[in-house]
Design a protein around this ligand. Structure first.
Ligand SMILES: Nc1ncnc2c1ncn2[C@@H]1O[C@H](COP(=O)(O)OP(=O)(O)O)[C@@H](O)[C@H]1O
Ligand SMILES: [Mg+2]
Length: 347
C-alpha cells in the first residue's frame, strides 16, 4: 500500500481537510480530519472465529501476523508483539489510574472494551472500578446488572444532594471489579451540569474519595463530546480511543483529539492518550488492514499492539451479562483483552 497523504486519507474518510492550520493540535497526534456524518456499519461480521493480535487464520493466504500491521509497527513494538510480561502481583492497591474510554462515535467498542479490559485487569490482580457515564446504561447491562431498576446511580452521585459513594457502588460478578452504574436519569445531567460551579470537575470530585481503593478506574463515555465526556477527561490520566477498523470510523477522530488537547491545556494537564485500540478487525479484508496501517502511520506507537478482532462472541457476552474472559475464557477474543491488559499495565 502506498503511503496516503492527509488529503488521501481525508478523501478515504469522506471528510474535508481542516483549514485552520491545526492550532490546538497535539504534535504527537497529527490528525487533520474534521468531524463528519456517522459512518456506515461494517457489512461483514466474521462469525468464523476471533483471531487475536492482528492474526487471522480463517482464510488461506492471510498470514498469522498481518503484514500491514507488522510493516507499520515500530521495531520496538514488533519486538514486543504479544510479549508484554505477565504483570507482577500487587501487595497493595491504589491510587487508581483513571482511564476514559472515549470516542464520540457509537458502536466502536467502548463499552465492550471497558468490560473486558476491566475483567482482564482483574485477572491480573488489579482492583477495578468501572464507571458508566452513558445514560444508555449498557455497561451495567453487559455485566448483568439491571441499572434501569436502580434508584441510585452516577447521576445521583454527581448531581443529587448528599449521595454517598456507598449508595451507588455495586459489586459485579467479577472478583475485584465494582461498578458505578448509569441509567436514563443521567440524560438530564448534561443540562443540569451547566449551572454547577466547577462543572467540568463534578465527576472528579465525586470519585476522589475512592481512588485509593482501586488500581484502575475505567470510565465508559457516552458517544458525544459534551459536558459528561469532558468531565471524564477532566479526571482521567489517560484516554483509550477505541476505533473500529473501517474507514468511516476515522471521521471525527480529529475533533476527539482536539477536544483531548483542549482539556489538557485548559483543565487537566495530566491527561494524555494512553492508546488507540483497534476493534472489530476483520483480517480477511484489505480494507481493515489498510485502516490499521493508516492508524499506525498517524498515531505511531500510540496504537496498541493488541487488535480486537470482529467476532459474534461479543454480542453473545452482552446477552450473557458477563465478560468474554469468563464467557469464553480460552477464546482468542479473551486472550486479546488479556494482552491489552498487559499492555495497559506496561505503559
Ligand atoms: N470485536 C467485536 N466484534 C464484534 N462485535 C463487537 C465487537 N466489539 C463490540 N461488538 C458489538 O458491537 C456493538 C457495539 O459495541 P459497544 O461496545 O456497545 O460500542 P460503544 O460502547 O462504542 O457504543 C455491541 O453489540 C457489541 O457487542
Ligand atoms: Mg457504549
Amino acid at each position: 500500500m502506498s503511503e496516503p497523504d492527509d488529503a488521501a486519507w481525508s478523501a478515504a474518510a469522506g471528510a474535508p481537510l481542516s483549514d485552520d492550520g491545526f492550532p490546538d493540535r497535539d504534535p504527537g497526534l497529527p490528525f487533520v480530519l474534521s468531524d463528519g456524518a456517522p459512518g456506515q456499519a461494517d457489512p461483514a461480521p466474521d462469525e468464523s472465529g476471533e483471531p487475536a493480535n492482528g492474526a487471522s487464520s480463517s482464510e488461506p493466504g492471510v498470514p498469522a501476523t498481518d503484514p500491514a500491521v507488522a510493516a507499520s509497527a515500530s521495531p520496538a513494538l514488533r519486538a514486543f508483539r504479544g510479549r508484554d510480561p505477565v504483570p507482577a502481583p500487587l501487595n497493595s492497591h491504589g491510587p487508581a489510574m483513571v482511564l476514559a474510554m472515549c470516542n464520540q462515535k457509537g458502536g466502536v467498542g467502548k463499552t465492550t472494551s471497558t468490560i473486558n479490559l476491566g475483567a482482564a485487569l482483574a485477572e491480573y490482580g488489579r482492583r477495578v472500578l468501572m464507571v458508566d457515564l452513558d445514560p444508555q446504561g449498557a455497561l451495567g447491562a453487559g455485566l448483568g446488572i439491571a441499572a434501569h431498576e436502580l434508584d441510585h446511580t452516577i447521576y445521583n452521585l454527581m448531581l443529587g444532594p448528599s449521595t454517598a459513594l456507598t449508595d451507588v457502588l455495586v459489586p459485579t460478578g467479577i472478583e475485584g471489579v465494582d461498578l458505578i452504574p448509569a441509567n436514563i436519569d443521567l440524560s438530564a445531567a448534561e443540562v443540569q451540569l451547566i449551572n454547577e460551579v466547577g462543572r467540568e470537575h463534578t465527576l472528579s470530585r465525586a470519585l476522589r474519595p475512592v481512588l485509593h481503593a482501586y488500581d484502575y478506574v475505567l470510565i465508559d463515555c457516552q458517544p458525544s463530546l459534551g459536558l459528561l465526556t469532558v468531565n471524564a477527561l477532566a479526571c482521567a490520566q489517560g484516554v483509550i480511543i477505541p476505533l473500529a477498523a473501517e474507514f468511516f470510523s476515522l471521521r471525527g477522530v480529529a475533533l476527539l483529539v482536539d477536544t483531548i488537547s483542549k482539556v489538557r491545556e485548559r483543565i487537566n494537564p495530566n491527561l494524555s492518550v494512553q492508546g488507540v485500540l483497534v476493534t472489530m478487525y476483520d483480517g480477511r479484508t484489505m480494507h481493515a488492514r489498510e485502516v490499521v496501517a493508516m492508524l499506525h502511520q498517524r498515531f505511531g506507537d500510540q496504537v496498541y499492539d493488541t487488535i480486537i478482532s470482529r467476532t459474534v462472541k461479543f454480542p453473545e457476552t452482552t446477552v450473557a451479562g458477563e465478560p468474554i474472559t469468563t464467557y469464553a475464557p480460552t477464546s482468542a477474543a479473551a486472550e486479546a483483552y488479556r494482552a491489552l491488559a498487559r499492555e495497559v499495565i506496561a505503559r
